[in-house]
Design a protein around this ligand. Structure first.
Ligand code: PLP
Length: 396
């Protein structure tokens, strides 16, 4: 038996509860309200299989050869144009393709964080990003997410008290896990606070196009006058998560360093998936498809709420997202949502306990995340009914 110790940077890292729940999902009759993917019925399987076959037949050498680290040029051009349409990015911003938005987050962290440097994070936040920060030895400073987004006054105070903070991490639109969207006023104040303390903002926005109600709120990046917002996007929630294509847009010098870091990580994002997305954007109206897929999510979200009206006691609070894939429930009191999630798994329903979304992993929470895009309406009803019975059992 080999004796070894993990590096300090990663010794306290734990796999996400979502990935752990994935393992249980193969059990017969299991209902998943845990995943973070769009409804698999909306994936463009047929279109992508034709596209892949054509690329390999006609441009096989390009697809199977090494590519450039910054990304496949035609896809970069189309991504830049799509971002420009949304008012995102200017001449001083560089754009690169990454292996999912996850890698963009990691590359920013790798480029900026020394051990002991700080990141101001929303509480709750996205486990993949929190773990990326932790894996480089960052100290996480938690800022509460209110009904209209991050508590900006608390953020200002946190930044005043902790000069080691290098950037603020936010998911302003249809936040993972809460489903909450930051108001326009708070976005403006967030920019002002970042400027006052001279730190970067890492704006992570893989869900913003999946709106099914309400009005669009401009991205923070679209209001960024001094290139302090690093913008992360992804084709995971709009085309396919398995293709692993995302992007990073921002400050030229930072992105140049991220390119070198990416060479160390994976040389470049696989060329074939980049070409597939590029062709998909050329041949199909992606915006129409996104709208259709968001409408399905919206219907399911409303149905999940109807089921919760029927089966949950009033004491359970919940968010009402206008898009994205998740909503956030709170059992209240001193309930522990990790024990609750384990009880749900015993009844064949997978949910994500809130603990994994806490910047402080020792923080106990009574909150949990539900995904409304993956399960069918029949599964949603069965699942929510089962959760309701477990919750009512707690009251007895
Ligand atoms: C907020 C957020 N950012 C980034 C990602 C990473 O997505 P991907 O790497 O698939 O683009 C996810 C995935 O769930 C997410 O929820």
């Amino acid at each position: 038996m080999i004796n070894f110790e993990f590096a300090n940077r990663v010794s306290d890292l734990h796999g996400s509860a979502i990935r752990a729940a994935f393992k249980a999902l193969s059990r017969p009759g299991m209902i998943s309200l845990a995943g973070g993917m769009p409804d698999p019925k909306t994936y463009p399987n047929r279109e992508l299989s034709e596209i892949a076959a054509r690329i390999l037949a006609e441009k096989g050498v390009t697809a199977l050869q090494y590519g450039i680290t910054e990304g496949y040029a035609p896809l970069l051009e189309k991504t830049r144009a799509r971002l420009k349409n949304a008012g995102i990015g200017n001449d001083k911003d560089s754009l690169i393709i990454t292996s999912g938005g996850q890698q963009a987050i990691e590359l920013v962290t790798k480029s900026l964080i020394n051990e002991g440097d700080g990141v101001a994070c929303e509480n709750p936040s996205f486990i993949g990003a929190l773990n990326a920060f932790r894996s480089y030895g960052a100290r996480l400073y938690s800022v509460t997410v209110e009904e209209d987004g991050m508590d900006i006054e608390a953020l200002d105070k946190t930044l005043s008290q902790n000069k080691n903070i290098k950037f603020i991490y936010t998911i302003p639109t249809f936040q993972n896990p809460s489903g909450i969207t930051m108001s326009l006023d708070k976005r403006k104040r967030l920019l002002a606070v970042a400027k006052k303390h001279d730190v970067f903002i890492l704006e992570d926005s893989p869900y913003w196009e999946l709106r099914f109600a309400g009005e669009n709120v401009p991205s923070i990046k679209s209001m960024d006058e001094d290139n302090r917002v690093l913008y992360v996007g992804s084709y995971s929630k709009t085309v396919s998560p398995g293709l692993r294509v995302g992007f990073l847009l921002g400050n030229e010098d930072l992105v140049e360093k991220a390119v070198v870091c990416k060479q160390v990580s994976d040389v470049h994002t696989s060329v074939l998936p980049q070409m597939m997305i590029d062709e998909f954007l050329s041949k199909y109206d992606i915006d129409e498809r996104i709208k259709a897929s968001a409408a399905i999510n919206g219907k399911k979200c409303a149905f999940m709420h109807e089921c919760m009206d029927r089966y949950f006691p009033d004491s359970v609070s919940r968010t009402h997202p206008e898009g994205g894939l998740f909503l956030w429930c709170d059992l209240g009191g001193d309930a522990d949502s990790s024990a609750f999630a384990a009880a749900c798994l015993d009844k064949n329903v997978a949910i994500v306990p809130g603990a994994s979304a806490m910047p402080d992993p020792t923080q106990k929470t009574s909150a949990f995340r539900l995904n409304f895009s993956m399960a069918s309406e029949a599964e949603i009803e069965t699942g929510i009914k089962a959760l309701g019975e477990i919750i009512k059992g707690y009251g007895r």
